[in-house]
Write a protein that binds this ligand. Structure first.
Ligand code: R5P
Length: 289
């Protein structure tokens, strides 16, 4: 079985690392533009007769990236790839996992279904699963992998005597699991969201000089900024925030970095990415190499 790892330019570094570890070939997927702004997608190498992995971080311009990823999968199929597998290092739209207001979209279902119709298999790194517990509830060919162990390794090497705090209830699947493996207790805060940029977090008795907060997605940063206010009011001197997916809408990284030490994984390439997720991708793909 010949494995071809491919990616768009923004995920090239991570995809090349994965390809090297699996001793697989790498190819870049080139995105060009037609004059009317339509995307023109090309593979740099022939995907024929290969198991083609398309590794995508959808964070930068997610709408365009979804279209371009579907077009790339179409090319691999047209050229008779044996199998076409999507590795979504970050999968957008997953937080809209219900109809929250009249006639709004349950985007998690629609986007994952659309992607799954174009791939033989979908592997997603730490998707935002809340009301929906498993990706397979939406798409039977989709599954998730987690970078929790990599975060644990990083934390145990770099930080000691830190109290783990989850900034909201949705973060507990990461904070509690990481805290448990580090033989600690995680305090989970309760958040109410009023809008994309307005959240309120209820205070809890935390009182610790060193705080470690772990969340899956950092978008506007409001969740972490509110949680940081609470722990600082109670005397925290050092706050470390670890985000799996640094989306950083509205340059929120600058705001957080003024208040705390900010660290992310490289599911979305950014300057705070210190935790390399390639080992979990390699493990998930080893059966194809
Ligand atoms: C949602 O509950 C997620 O776990 C994150 O807490 C949320 O996406 C963060 O969003 P923001 O940075 O915009 O507050």
């Amino acid at each position: 079985m010949t494995l071809l790892i491919s990616s768009f330019q923004e995920s090239k570094k991570l995809a090349i690392n994965v390809a090297k570890s699996l001793k697989a070939e790498y190819t870049e997927i080139i995105s060009k533009k037609f004059p009317d702004n339509e995307s023109k997608i090309e593979f740099s190498k022939n995907p024929s007769n290969k198991t083609v992995i398309i590794l995508v971080s959808f964070a930068k311009d997610p709408n365009k990236k979804i279209i371009e990823t579907i077009l790339a999968a179409g090319i691999a199929k047209d050229y008779k790839a044996n199998k076409v597998i999507l590795v979504a290092t970050y999968l957008p739209y997953m937080r809209q996992d219900n109809h929250f207001e009249n006639y709004d979209g349950m985007s998690a279902k629609k986007i994952l279904t659309t992607l799954s119709n174009n791939f033989d298999e979908i592997i997603v790194i730490d998707p935002h699963l809340h009301r929906i517990k498993h990706l397979s509830q939406i798409a039977p060919n989709a599954s998730s992998i987690t970078v929790n162990k990599l975060i644990e390794d990083y934390v145990s090497k770099k930080f000691s005597n830190f109290k783990i705090v989850g900034p909201d209830e949705e973060s507990q699947q990461w904070d509690k699991s990481i805290a448990k493996d580090l033989h600690q207790h995680a305090t989970i805060l309760k958040k109410t969201r009023f809008s994309s940029t307005h959240v309120k977090i209820a205070s809890k008795n935390i009182h610790s000089p060193n705080i470690l907060m772990i969340d899956d997605i950092i978008s506007t940063g409001q969740t972490l900024l509110e949680a940081i206010k609470i722990v600082k009011k109670q005397g925290a001197k050092k706050v470390v925030c670890i985000g799996i997916h640094g989306v950083f809408a509205n340059n929120s990284d600058n705001l957080i970095a003024k208040q705390a030490q900010l660290i992310t994984t490289n599911t979305i390439p950014n300057k705070y990415a210190k935790i390399d997720v390639s080992p979990v991708i390699v493990d998930a793909l080893r059966k194809y190499s």
